[in-house]
Design a protein around this ligand. Structure first.
Ligand code: GLU
Length: 472
């Protein structure tokens, strides 16, 4: 199957603002965006906010924030369905006038009874077509006091089929499809109908969405055809499963995209990781946003469900961290240092980033590690002092302090040389000096390489802390 691009490509992401932007939604957005970018098309953002009970302005904001964070910029929109009500009403009126839709006065209880009856006969529960106009058919008298719904006059014969961009050919017997309610008694349009009018008006050519919408597609195609519109191509992506094979949910950890921002993941890594969840380009695991757009095509979207793998995400993120310059990392980590009460003005912060980068998986790891340099100095407590700073250790520290005071250059190489010469002079191994030095200068037993730590802390800080430890 080839991707039909006879019309200018236009894709859309159409989230319902009922919570946060979850990982599945973000991935759908990413695929739709990449599709538009790859084919030089237009990416539209549409907010499906007609479910008034569940839609909130905070959820709209969460979607916009998530998309901004992932840098998935819409070329058009956001369009809000609640602002398009007049248009939906207008199309419904046209359909009523043309006979592709009709008023149905059956009450909910009556419709339920029809369904029951069908069930009893072993058939699919459905509306029985009482109010459906047919040539030569006399409709029942219109009852008073009942506000009708509007139903779509769905084709009853034949099949509705499409060549799904992901799943291949799919078809539904039209006999299986009910005459869908497209407007409620109060005139408000229903979900499937708004989607159809929007996809039509917004000239959407390719719809990529979750496969929970497969059952909606034949209904939407039939309504589009009744409107004389060319249906878009559809691609339904399978859902994301948790590591245990169950549908991904809060049980598996964070499912909101912005939660990953908080946890210190890079948007670049998130895009890379999400792209590979259900799409592949040979064996490539690590790629840039530009490569993704260049390589993206819907033929390599997987038909089977993808599994969330936190370890792999960490690996991708660790790789993405290494692609950033120390200055860039410092800028991204600074707010996280500030929120820990650290000093973001620490001059050697980029050098600290370079030191910590290879041992960190997230920006949070980097911030945590940077607190050794930017955080307040908390001298070792009595227990740690007693454990590490015994007389021989204090003797070595004194020797180090004497030597360090006279160092012409305060560099990692000079400091390493100084340490080595003391080890040699006193005939001891590295930990005998390195651990007391760490405890004295940072208050911690474990730090990155001691020469690097001393260098980055700077001469004044190191000498002051050493002197006060020796005095204390
Ligand atoms: N609003 C729907 C949802 O959030 C998506 C509709 C569509 O993509 O057609 O699941």
């Amino acid at each position: 199957m080839t991707v039909s691009t006879s019309r200018p490509v236009r894709t859309r992401f159409a989230p319902s603002p009922t919570g946060y932007l979850h990982l599945g939604g973000a991935r759908t957005a990413l695929f739709s965006w990449a599709f538009a970018r790859h084919y030089g098309g237009t990416f539209v953002l549409r907010i499906e906010d007609t479910d008034l009970e569940r839609s909130t302005p905070e959820a709209v904001q969460a979607i916009l924030d998530g998309m901004r964070w992932l840098d998935l910029q819409a070329d058009e929109g956001p369009f809000y369905q609640m602002q398009r009500m007049d248009r939906y009403r207008e199309v419904i009126a046209d359909m009523l006038a043309q006979g592709t839709a009709y008023h149905c006065y059956s009450t909910p209880a009556e419709v339920e009874a029809m369904r029951e009856k069908a069930r009893a006969l072993g058939a699919k529960p459905r509306y029985d077509g009482t109010w459906r106009p047919e040539p030569g058919k006399t409709l029942p008298p219109v009852p008073t006091g009942i506000k009708p719904v509007v139903r779509f006059r769905s084709p009853q014969d034949g099949v509705t089929a499409w060549d799904d961009l992901v799943k291949g050919p799919i078809s539904f017997d039209n006999g299986e499809l009910d005459d869908l309610v497209i407007a409620r008694p109060d005139g408000t349009p229903t979900y499937n109908f708004c989607v159809v009018v929007d996809d039509w008006d917004m000239r959407i050519t390719h719809v990529i969405r979750g496969d929970d919408h497969v059952n909606n597609t034949p209904r939407q195609i039939n309504i589009l055809r009744a409107l004389g519109a060319e249906p878009p191509c559809y691609g339904h992506v399978p859902m994301i499963l948790g590591p245990d094979g169950e549908k991904l949910s809060k049980r598996h950890g964070a499912v909101s995209v912005m939660e990953y921002d908080k946890l210190g993941y890079l948007p670049e890594a998130m895009v890379n990781y999400l792209a590979r969840l259900g799409w592949s380009h040979g064996n490539d695991e690590l790629f840039s946003r530009e490569q993704f757009v260049e390589w993206f095509d819907p033929h390599h979207l997987s038909r089977s469900a993808a599994q969330w793998d936190p370890k792999k995400l960490n690996w991708v993120n660790a790789h993405a961290l290494r692609q950033l310059s120390p200055d860039d990392l410092a800028a991204r980590v600074a707010p996280r240092i500030a929120s820990r009460g650290g000093d973001t003005g620490f001059a050697a912060l980029p050098a600290v980033m370079a030191l910590l980068r290879d041992r960190s998986e997230t920006l949070e790891d980097l911030a945590e590690g940077a607190m050794l340099f930017c955080g307040p100095y908390v001298p070792a407590d009595a227990a740690l002092r007693a454990e590490v700073l015994d007389e021989p250790a204090l003797g070595l520290l004194r020797a180090f302090l004497d030597g360090a005071q006279g160092l012409a250059d305060w560099t990692e190489a000079e400091l390493d040389a100084q340490i080595k010469s003391i080890l040699k002079e006193h005939n001891v191994k590295m930990p005998k000096l390195a651990i007391p030095l760490r405890v004295a200068v940072t208050g911690h037993k474990h730090t990155p390489a001691i020469g690097a730590v001393l260098n980055l802390l700077g001469r004044e800080t190191v000498l002051t802390r050493l002197a006060s430890t020796l005095a204390g």
